[in-house]
Design a protein around this ligand. Structure first.
Ligand code: FAD
Length: 471
């Protein structure tokens, strides 16, 4: 494929920018076509509405982005992002109890999405190898059922023009118009799996008490959901400029606050522990409340499509979108770019390139989709045998046992953290080495309350929680 002269990337979000960076090393010219006018700095825009909500970039994604664009995480930290060590720098209440803060083995970068997107975009565009056509909406694909030869683009003047390309990459996200565009070429849509737990998000930004955003751990509290009760979660993440981003979320049947005035009382009454509500009370609200209902897991399988046209590749959320609670979408976008890089280097057909990208997103897909399939009222419309097979319930029980053990056993926790951060393959959890560790690793006693240190309680003005029961 490296003989290609011009590639068009549809969509200038994270997946599109990372793909463009990789492509610019292999082909003569890369043009990103983006509907929005991109801000010249960290700023919100219409095309990425999820940017108002808490985002966590796992170590796997951060490492891959640094490999593609050296110095990116350093710039993020320099701009105020926090590097949170897992599990040492996060206080977590899981469905099975409080997680010990074992010494970190992995990390995540926490900052606002506008900051992250801006720094990645600046890193990509500063090389001068990628052009961006802004304020330009992809209206369709050019070519025929055998080969895509470009895109048709509508400008702000509503005029439509064609841009020729040897390769077109779809990175237009969850709301991609690909299905419709394929119909225009008389190509049937690819197979699709959907696992939809009905995730809802409600988010506000707060000014943290002085010094707290730089030192207080990240917080993640979830409800004790059962087979019949929906789950509710609350996270407080430190982000740049001394702020906390607070997201409350739920699965289908759970509730979100109706109004920002109810945000704190909602967290107090719905979550299992007052920690999140107390932190909200300790901060100063800076924004209104934003809501999102874009949380379904959805995967396309173009690599299985017998009639897939040459010259068309899909990456990012357009290919595979995840329940955001797991924080896998941005790392998956980085995995798509890295897989694209490898596949371009070794040549091959579009379908072979797409198969390599599909393999790169399989782990985050199965981690998220198999967990969500266990939530009450989750809608599963899938053919993936790992989601609909007879062994599914047994696998879910095993996953619960692993989570329970990882709360108190440091060796088990390290492997589980490697897997959820996408730094180790999900298959590791089924290995004989891991099974032996499960029985060998000496557990610590269960924690009665949140593992917060006296200086942390003090900086956030929190009470000693030992006497507050965890429901
Ligand atoms: C509420 C929420 C919270 C999340 N939290 C996390 C998290 O904690 N960690 C994590 O890793 N991931 C998280 N994600 C996922 C993450 O946001 C995405 O995986 C990530 O943005 C990569 O997406 P993308 O670039 O594929 O698509 P997007 O970010 O959606 O970008 C698509 C781009 O395409 C453009 N576009 C769309 N249509 C057209 C068109 N017709 N023509 C031209 N341009 C077009 C859009 O303007 C946009 O710029 C979350 C998602 C949601 C919804």
């Amino acid at each position: 494929m490296s003989q290609f002269a011009h590639v068009v990337v549809m969509g200038g979000g994270l997946a599109g920018m990372l793909a463009a960076e990789v492509l610019s090393r292999h082909v003569g010219r890369v043009t990103v076509v983006e509907r929005d006018v991109l801000p010249d700095g960290p700023g919100h825009r219409r095309g990425v509405p999820q940017a108002h909500h808490a985002h966590l970039l796992w170590s796997n994604g951060a490492g891959l982005i640094d490999e593609l664009l050296p110095g990116t995480t350093g710039r993020l930290i320099g701009a105020g992002a926090r590097r949170i060590g897992f599990q040492g720098d996060q206080v977590t209440l899981t469905v099975r109890g409080w997680q010990h803060r074992f010494p970190p083995t992995q990390f995540a970068i926490l900052c606002t999405r506008p900051l992250l997107d801006w720094i990645v975009r600046d890193q990509v565009l500063s090389s001068g190898r990628v052009d961006v056509r802004q304020g330009a909406e992809v209206a369709g694909l050019c070519g025929d059922r055998r080969r895509v030869t470009g895109v048709s683009v509508r400008g702000t003047d509503r005029q439509t023009t064609a841009i020729d390309a040897d390769l077109v990459v779809d990175a237009t996200g969850r709301a991609s118009g690909l299905r419709h565009w394929l119909t225009g070429l008389d190509v049937a849509p690819p197979d699709k799996d959907v696992v939809d737990a009905g995730i809802g998000y409600a988010t506000r930004l707060y000014a943290a008490p002085p010094g707290a955003a730089a030192t207080f751990p990240a917080v993640n509290v979830c409800t004790k959901h059962t087979a019949s009760e929906p789950a509710q979660f609350g996270v407080v993440y430190p982000v740049e400029d001394g702020r906390w981003i607070v997201t409350l979320s739920c699965t289908r049947g759970g509730a979100l606050p109706d109004h920002e005035d109810d945000f704190e009382s909602f967290a107090r009454s719905r979550l299992r522990h007052p920690l999140v509500a107390d932190l909200i009370g300790a901060g100063e609200p800076l924004t209104p409340m934003f809501q999102s209902r874009s949380g379904a897991n959805r995967r396309l399988y173009p690599e299985r499509h017998d009639g897939w046209p040459e010259g068309l590749v899909i990456v990012g959320d357009s290919l595979t979108a995840f329940n955001p609670v797991y924080g896998h979408g941005m790392s998956a976008a980085a995995r798509c770019a890295t897989a694209l890089d490898g596949a371009l280097a070794s040549g091959g057909t579009t379908r072979q390139v797409q198969a390599a990208i599909g393999a790169a997103v399989d782990d985050p897909w199965i981690l998220a989709a198999s967990k969500d399939a266990g939530y009450p009222n989750c809608r599963v419309d899938a053919t993936d045998p790992r989601l609909v097979g007879e062994q599914t319930e047994q696998q879910m029980r095993f996953a619960d046992t692993i989570i329970e053990r990882s709360l108190v056993a440091p060796g088990v926790c390290a492997v589980v953290t490697d897997v959820i951060s996408l730094s180790a393959a999900q298959a590791e959890l089924g290995s004989s080495r891991f099974l032996a560790l499960m029985s060998r690793d000496t557990p610590r006693p269960h924690l009665p309350g949140p593992p917060l240190r006296p200086e942390e309680l003090e900086i956030a003005g929190l009470p000693r929680y030992e006497r507050v029961p965890t429901a």
